[in-house]
Design a protein around this ligand. Structure first.
Ligand SMILES: Cc1cc2nc3c(=O)[nH]c(=O)nc-3n(C[C@H](O)[C@H](O)[C@H](O)COP(=O)(O)O)c2cc1C
Ligand code: SF4
Ligand code: SF4
Length: 277
């Protein structure tokens, strides 16, 4: 009854599943992507999200671009934690930021792990896998020659991984210090764009956690090991169709990054000019 039939929501809908007839708004739910732009745009706040009325943005709370830039430049992988725990309401708040990723992909869900035993399992599954890798690919001297002969493009990566694995072997675990919590983004393994959506979700959580002064480590390189480990899947109750698409480890930082690194850049090509500025 709040709707005045202005049609702004119909115009913004990227799935073209909203229509107005005789001043009444109709939605074809089967085509809706759940992007929620119609809710965000309605000047009368006439569309509810799952019965929740929208709130107006307070733009005075927005960070200025230079504040956002400062946050991006400070963003680094935090591997050293103090061991202090993170309270559950904070963890829930961080995980909630995953829902505001631009894909708004609702086949995703989050798993918050603050149980020390499960965090130890994550450590142990990845550690044991890494040690098997070391045993097969590094312990036999001949493997270096095999890689050089048959996969030369991988040789430098192969050599770079050796000292990392040796550090793990000496430490006898993955984490330098145990994180206080791990948050996973899990989704249907066959749904289109799950991975890309999860990347957005992860980065939202990552930056939000950082704005709270927490250290954050992305475990994307290791989560394949967790995905393939049956016992671990069972432990965190993943169903058969699900896959872990993103994993971040959080803790209170034991090391502070003090310096802004300047002069770091990717090369830029303007239009189709490969030379010049
Ligand atoms: C991985 C990925 C793929 C996307 N693919 C499309 C697409 O194919 N077509 C499209 O219109 N928008 C696409 N989007 C954009 C989202 O549909 C759009 O951001 C969403 O409607 C929410 O809008 P908002 O972020 O402006 O609120 C994609 C976004 C991501 C992250
Ligand atoms: S729901 Fe809102 S945006 Fe859509 S037609 Fe009604 S008043 Fe306009
Ligand atoms: S949520 Fe997005 S796709 Fe669904 S009706 Fe609204 S604007 Fe259209």
């Amino acid at each position: 009854e709040k709707c005045n039939g202005c049609g702004i929501c119909v115009k913004i809908c990227h799935e073209h599943c909203l229509s107005l007839s005789d001043g009444e708004l109709k939605i074809e739910y089967e085509f809706c992507s759940t992007c929620s732009q119609c809710v965000a745009v309605c000047p009368r706040q006439a569309i509810l999200w799952d019965h929740h009325p929208p709130l107006r943005f307070d733009r005075t709370l927005y960070p200025r671009p230079e504040q956002v830039m400062e946050l991006f430049m400070e963003r680094r992988t935090g591997r050293e934690h103090t061991g202090k725990s993170i309270d559950r309401s904070t963890l829930k708040e961080i995980a909630a930021m995953a829902a505001y990723a631009p894909t708004h992909n609702f086949n995703l869900r989050t798993i918050i792990i603050d149980d020390v035993e499960i965090i130890r399992q994550i450590d142990s599954v990845i550690y044991r896998f890494s040690m098997n890798l070391y045993r097969w690919l590094y312990a036999p001297e001949i493997m270096h020659f095999v890689v050089r002969a048959f996969a030369p493009a991988w040789e430098s990566e192969y050599l770079k991984a050796r000292p990392k694995l040796e550090v793990l072997r000496n430490r006898q675990r993955l984490f330098r210090t145990m994180p206080a919590a791990v948050i996973m983004v899990v989704g249907n393994r066959r749904a289109p764009l799950s991975l890309q959506s999860a990347q957005y979700a992860l980065y939202n959580m990552d930056l939000y956690a950082q704005s709270m002064g927490l250290a954050c480590r992305n475990l994307v390189g290791n989560q394949g090991i967790l995905n393939r480990n049956r016992q671990f899947r069972k432990l965190i109750r993943l169903n058969r169709k699900e896959k872990i698409f993103g994993t971040i480890a959080l803790g209170h930082p034991a090391i502070r990054f003090r310096n802004k690194v300047t002069g770091k850049s990717l090369s830029v090509q303007w239009n189709n000019h490969t030379t010049g500025r």
